[in-house]
Design a protein around this ligand. Sequence first.
Ligand code: PLP
Length: 510
Amino acid sequence: MDSKQFREAAVASIEHIVKYYDTIEERGVASTVEPGYLRKLLPAEAPQEGEAWADIQKDIEAKILPGITHWQSPNFTAWFPSSSSYPAMLGEMYSTAFTGAAFNWICSPAVTELETIVLDWLAKAFGLPTCFLSTGPTNGGGVIHGTASEAIATVLVAARDKYLREATAHLAGDEEAREDAMALRRGRLVALGSAGSHSATKKGAQIAGVRYRSVPVHAADGYKMTGASLRRTIVELRAKGLEPFFLTATLGTTDTCAVDDMDSIADVLAELGRASSPGFGEKTDGAGDIWVHVDAAYAGVSLVCPEYQHLARGLSRFHSFNTNLHKWLLVNFDCSLLYVRDRAPLVDALSVTLPILRNSHTDSGLVTDYRDWQIPFGRRFRSLKVWFVVRTYGIEGLRAHIRRHVGFAETFAGLLRGRPDLFEIVAGPRFALTVFKLKGSEGATLEQQNELTKKMYETILAEGKIFLSSTVVGGLYAVRHNPATPFVEEHHVRKHFGIFVEAAEKVLPK
Ligand code: PLP
C-alpha cells in the first residue's frame, strides 16, 4: 500500500467507523455467533497474492462485525465499560505512525517525557498525594501499563523482591548465602487480597510464585475489607509460619464497587509491621512491611471530580495505586496508569543492563527508562491518546462525563426503589454501578430467590435488547447495571428499567 492508497483507504475506514458509531444503537448489542463461526467464513490458507483494500474492508462488515459485541452501545451495561473516544482513536493512529519499541528515553525522548508529564497532570487532577508525582518528595512517579492485571503483577514482583532483600540484608556481601536464604524465605510468602478483590492479584501471586490468601468481607460492612478482618488474617497466617508481604486494597471492587476501609487497613499494618515480623529489625516504615497496592481499576478515575477526592487523601500511607483510563475515562483500550511512591523497588526488581542498552543519558541518571518499570521490554506510545483526550475534553469535560453516569445510576436506583414489590438493591448505586436482585417472595429459600433472579437475567440476555452481567455476593445471586458507556442517555436507562420490569413480571410467581 503506497501513501496515495493509504489516504484513500484511511478515508474509507474513517467513514465506516463514524457510520458504525452513529448507528451503533441499531445493532443488537451482543454478538450471537456460535463458537468457531469465523473459521467457516475465512479461507483455510493465507492469500498468496495481496488483495485490494476495498475487498478487505468489505469483510469487516460481513465477517468481523457479526462477532463483535458492541461495548460502546448505550445498551451495554455489563462488567465495567471499556470506553472510547475519537481523540483517543487519533492518538492510537499517531502512536502507530511513529511506531517504535521505546524501551529507553533515548529510543524516542517524547514517548517517555510526554508519559511522565500526563501522568503528573492526572495525579494532580485526581488529587493524589504528592508522593505519586515524578517531582514529589519520595522518588515516586507514574507509568502507563496495558492493564491493571499487568500493573498489579509488576508491583507484586517488586514487593516480593523488596521484602526478600530486606529480610536477608544481614547476609549482604555473601551473595550465594543470601540467594539461598531468599529462596527458602520465598516459600513462606503470601500475597493478600480480599474476597472482593479482582482475580488480578491471585494471578499476580501465581506469576510471582507465592501463595495467595483472601481476607473475608461481610455484607454488614458493605462488602469492604476492614482493618479488623485484615488483622485476623495476618495473625492467623503468621501463626502458621507464613509471611504476608503484599496486599491489594480495592477502591471500587468489581462486584459491588465497594471501597475498602483504607484508614483502618493502614492503622493495622502500621501496628503489625516490621517489629513483629520475624527476621526484621526495628519498624522503619509507617505502612509496615506489607506493600499495599490500591487497585482502583474502574472507580479511580472518579477522583477527577472533587466530590470523590476525599478517597485519595489517605493513599500516601500506601505504596502504589492503579486506575484504568480505558475503563471509564474515554481512553481506548489499553491504558492503565500505575503510580508508585518510590520507583526504586520497581527498578531494583526489573532492571536489565545489557551492554547494548548502555547510553550516556541512562548513565547520567537524568532520564527515566520505563523499561525498568514494567515486565515487557518495548513499549507503546500510549501517552499520546491520553494527552489528546485530556486536552480535547479538559478536566471539566472529564468531570462532566463521570457525573452524567453517576446521575444515570442514581436515576436507575430510584426507579428500582419505586418498585419494592419487584426489586431489592444489594449494593449501590456507587460509581454508577447498581447491584440488585428480585424481591424474594414470602418464605422463599435463598436458592429459590437466586434461581428467580438468574431466570430474569437469562430472559433479558436471551432477548438481546441490553447486555448485562451477573454476580454472586454474600451468597446472593444479583445482576449488575452499569450505565457508563459514552453515548448512554437518561432515556436509555429508563428503557433498561422497563426491560427489567417486564422480565421480572414474567418470572416472578403470580
Ligand atoms: N481490578 C478491578 C477492580 C477490576 O474491576 C478489573 C476488571 O474489571 C481489573 C482489576 C482487571 O482489569 P484489566 O483488564 O485492566 O487487567
